[in-house]
Design a protein around this ligand. Structure first.
Ligand code: LLP
Length: 415
């Protein structure tokens, strides 16, 4: 499904033109498309049909309440990494018993919040965390459901900053130690060992790392069963990649599911998956207006009103995201670095892009539904952008633009 398309030269989402949204809500503006989010989520649902499964949307990719609510209405589960995300999911109507709690550094207070809410499972990443969770659960007089996150030491073949399944990464429990951790967990009366999980990285576009990881995890499931530790689910994490450029292909979700199901064979294991980027990535764009065009010697710059505080992926990961004119207008084409107003050379949205634009024209940065608005900051005391959800004929404001005064409302002068 194409959430954003061109009609008579104008970029559209459903029946709304992006220009009309910029006029109504201002820029910079994040625009999401409800149908595209639902469609991407349904791809997992369809692919896993016939096998016991739970799709736990990775909230960190985009935690806007409207998005969580759209997914909750579909019956989605959620993968959270903080008490903040827990509160968001509950506020958006998500069901506690469909929440898994990931993350390498859960505090005792976060564990308590998860137990009080009655979440499905804690994805535990170390012996120390196992012991702490056992203590917190005992103090609450409850039994905590546990899965151990295994670090299978497989190469996800993605950007080093978003690769998580290698032993040099901080994540998970190493293969050689994991059996011991399971035995340790099984001894705690306040823990119920439920599953096994991994997350080997993000933006994976090949199946082989998944196949390798599942094979390693399944081997462990069998060895645990031999010792009498029986698991009821296998959580393969997220990571399904999308096509940021035309020369990339997104991961085929049908083929991905076949690969996981094949790896599980006839074992009675519920499949859990934690997709973030795949569900929302292509369902969002960032709209920005050209403030100035300028040249330094022979370099051409389009200075726009969105900046690295709005979208940090290009600066942080050298990520490439497509940038297009919102309206096709009769302009001379030029190669530009598209840069923001922030006082840093890393403040760019894209470099060396061929664009036909003039001052005050609108640009749209594609594939900005995931890890975009959620990673924004107030650097340079810039208010965060507004967010809008297009749904057919309607566009709903789902996050208001921040007020400048609110940005320093929690700061105090000295007496
Ligand atoms: N599960 C766990 C435990 C994770 O750590 C992550 C992402 C996911 C699921 C979801 O992964 P996804 O399906 O979205 O790839 N900020 C980076 C991506 C960081 C991903 C962190 N973990 C970026 O902008 O590319």
């Amino acid at each position: 499904m194409t959430a954003f398309y061109r009609q008579s030269g104008s970029m559209m989402s459903d029946r709304k033109s992006l220009s009309s949204l910029a006029d109504e809500f201002g820029t910079p503006l994040y625009v999401y498309n409800r149908g595209a989010i639902e469609h991407a989520w349904q791809e997992f649902e369809t692919a896993l049909q016939g096998h016991r499964h739970l799709i736990c949307y990775a909230v960190k990719a985009n935690s806007n309440l409207a998005i969580l609510n759209i997914l909750a209405r579909l019956g989605s589960g959620f993968d959270i990494v903080s008490v903040g995300e827990l509160r968001r999911v509950l506020a958006a109507g998500g069901q506690a018993d469909r929440i898994v709690f990931s993350g390498v550094g859960k505090s005792a207070a976060e564990m308590a919040a998860g137990l009080e809410a009655g979440i499905r499972c804690f994805n535990v990443e170390s012996d120390a965390e196992l012991d702490r969770l056992a203590e917190v659960a005992a103090a609450h007089g409850v039994v905590a459901p546990v899965s151990l996150r295994i670090n299978p030491d497989v190469d996800a073949q993605t950007h080093p900053y978003i690769s998580t399944g290698l032993k040099e990464n901080k994540f998970g429990i190493g293969m050689s130690h994991a059996m011991d951790s399971y035995r340790r967990g099984a001894e705690h009366a306040s823990l119920a060992i439920k599953g096994i999980d991994c997350h080997i990285g993000s933006q994976l576009t090949r199946l082989s790392p998944y196949a390798d990881a599942v094979a390693l995890l399944i081997d462990m499931v069998d060895r645990l069963a031999d010792e009498g530790i029986r698991l009821s689910h296998l959580d393969v994490g997220g990571g399904q990649g999308i096509a940021y450029s035309e020369d990339e292909a997104s991961l085929d979700i049908g083929a991905w599911a076949d690969c996981v199901i094949q790896g599980i064979g006839d074992r009675d294991l519920e499949i859990m998956v934690e997709p973030g980027r795949y569900v929302v990535g292509q369902a969002g764009v960032l709209l920005t207006r050209v403030e100035y065009l300028k040249n330094n010697e022979d370099r051409h710059f389009a200075v726009v009103d969105a900046a690295m505080n709005d979208l940090i992926r290009p600066a942080l990961y050298s990520a490439w995201q497509a940038i297009e004119e919102v309206e096709t207008l009769p302009r001379e084409s030029q190669v530009y670095d598209v840069v923001g107003p922030i006082c840093e050379s890393a403040d760019f949205l894209g470099k060396q892009r061929s664009l036909a634009i003039a001052q005050d024209d609108l640009l749209c940065v594609r594939s900005a539904g995931a890890y975009a608005a959620v990673m924004s900051s107030n650097y340079n005391t810039r208010a965060r952008a507004a967010e809008v959800m297009v749904d057919g004929d309607d566009a709903h404001l789902v996050r208001a633009r921040e007020n400048i005064e609110d940005l320093f409302a929690n700061e105090y002068l000295l007496p």
